[in-house]
Each structure stands twice: as C-alpha cells, then as structure tokens.
Design a binder for this molecule. Structure first.
Ligand SMILES: NC(=O)c1ccc[n+]([C@@H]2O[C@H](COP(=O)([O-])OP(=O)(O)OC[C@H]3O[C@@H](n4cnc5c(N)ncnc54)[C@H](OP(=O)(O)O)[C@@H]3O)[C@@H](O)[C@H]2O)c1
Length: 212
C-alpha cells in the first residue's frame, strides 16, 4: 500500500519504519520536516512533505498526532484527500492535566470518544481506531513471552478494517474487531490502563491479550 503518515513523533516514526519494513511506500506529513531528518537518514525511500502531501499520497493514512490537535491535523490534510480512505487512528484524547495515581486524564467522556468526534467532522473518512493501546516500542512485531498480543480495533467501514487487519497480521498482532465507531469509547481508555504500570512502576513492556 501507499501510506501517508500524519505526524513526526515516536508513533509516526516507528509505524512508518514498520510499513517500510513490510514493503509499503510511505510519505511522512509534518509541519516541521527538520524533526524527521535523522529518521529519514535511516529509512531510505521514505518521503517527507506536508500533512496534505501525505494524505494525498496515501491510499491509506495513519493519524499519529497529539489527540487535542487530531482534528487540526485532518483539516490540514484536507477533507478531499481523506475521503473514502482508510484512516488508521492511533491517537488518544489525553488532557493537559497531570495523571492521578498513574491514571491519565482524558478530555473526552465515556459517551463520546475522540474517534467519534473525528467521524462527525470528517464523515467521508473511513476511520479505524488502532495502535492506541500499546506503547510505540511494541507496535511492530513485538516479542513478548506471553505470545502474540491482541490489538483492539473499531470503525464503521468494513473495507478499512480489512486493510488494518492485514497490517496487523504483518506486524505480528491478533486483531479483535470490537465493531462500530462507538467501541472507541472503550478502546481509547485502554490507553489509560496500559499506562498505569508505566507511570507507577516504570514498567512499559506489556500488551493486552484476549483469551477464551
Ligand atoms: N507515544 C506512544 O507510545 C503512544 C502509544 C499509543 C498511542 N499514542 C498516541 O499517538 C499520538 C502520537 O503520539 P506521539 O507520542 O508519537 O507524538 P505526540 O508528541 O503526541 O504528537 C506529535 C505530533 O503532534 C503534531 N502536532 C502538535 N501540535 C499540532 C498542531 N497544532 N497541529 C497539527 N499537528 C500538531 C506534531 O506535528 P508536527 O510533525 O507538524 O510537529 C507531531 O507530529 C498521540 O495521540 C498519542 O496519545 C502514543
């Protein structure tokens, strides 16, 4: 696939490297290309442009910016460049307030997720929540003693979720499709749960697994 990546942070860089490793073409979109020079030097073939360049390039798009500016990034990407495309949404709605006993604060509530807010503003974009409930160090082909971990995903477009499942297969994850966009109300807070051992005990090397 051709994948446009919106972002220049750790998630954007790690996942973009993973896409390239697994044979996809990548164009990174950022407002500040200088942030990506060191990454680009180690990832031959990667291209760097604006948010709009990346969204226009991709047949699929990764959204990997701060949660409180996710809508701004999609606006800069351009509604027409997103229409009908799989948008992998790795964002979390983390608020500016500090965590309480290791529990992050969100600016959303349990009746409306960030994914749903983005859906409302960008109805033609096929948003899929994915990669939000694990740290970037484990996103691509994690090696964990407990075996293959589970990535919880959701979204309203079946074709987009099939594309995401294909990437998760390549990246060494089991996929658990939790259904439509509303499931992001449950999937986004998994980020809070995942971060607690990290914030309390500096333990960041774990992932969720669904067992039956
Ligand atoms: N860090 C993790 O391990 C992890 C794990 C799971 C999920 N997440 C989620 O993934 C997302 C990315 O996390 P991250 O740690 O890689 O990076 P981050 O520091 O949360 O975000 C960096 C990105 O935000 C963009 N940004 C900041 N202000 C902006 C604005 N006003 N308009 C448009 N874009 C703006 C920056 O754009 P420029 O490139 O233009 O500077 C940059 O690409 C977050 O939502 C985070 O909650 C993170």
């Amino acid at each position: 696939m051709k994948i446009g990546v919106l972002g220049s942070g750790d998630v954007a860089k790690v996942l973009a490297s993973g896409f390239i490793k697994h044979g996809h073409e990548v164009l990174m979109g950022t407002r500040t290309p200088a942030n990506l020079q060191a990454w680009a030097a180690q990832n031959s073939g990667a291209r760097i442009g604006s948010f709009a360049d990346a969204a226009a390039f991709g047949s699929a798009v990764l959204l990997a910016v701060k949660g409180d500016v996710a809508a701004d990034a999609l606006r800069a990407a351009g509604t027409a460049n997103l229409a009908g495309k799989c948008i992998m949404d790795a964002t979390n709605p983390i608020a500016g307030a500090p965590p309480v006993n290791g529990v992050l604060r969100f600016f959303t509530n349990l009746d409306e997720s960030l994914l749903e807010r983005l859906h409302t503003e960008f109805p033609a974009a096929h948003l899929v929540k994915v990669f939000n409930s694990v740290g970037n160090a484990l996103m691509v082909n994690p090696q964990l003693a407990g075996g293959k971990p589970t990535m919880f995903i959701c979204g309203n477009d079946a074709g987009a979720k099939t594309a995401v499942r294909g990437i998760l297969d390549q990246f060494g994850w089991e996929t658990a499709d939790m259904g439509a966009a509303e499931a992001a109300r449950a999937i986004e807070p998994l980020c809070m749960l995942w971060c607690i051992p990290g914030l309390l005990q500096n333990d960041w090397l774990h992932a969720f697994k669904l067992i039956r």
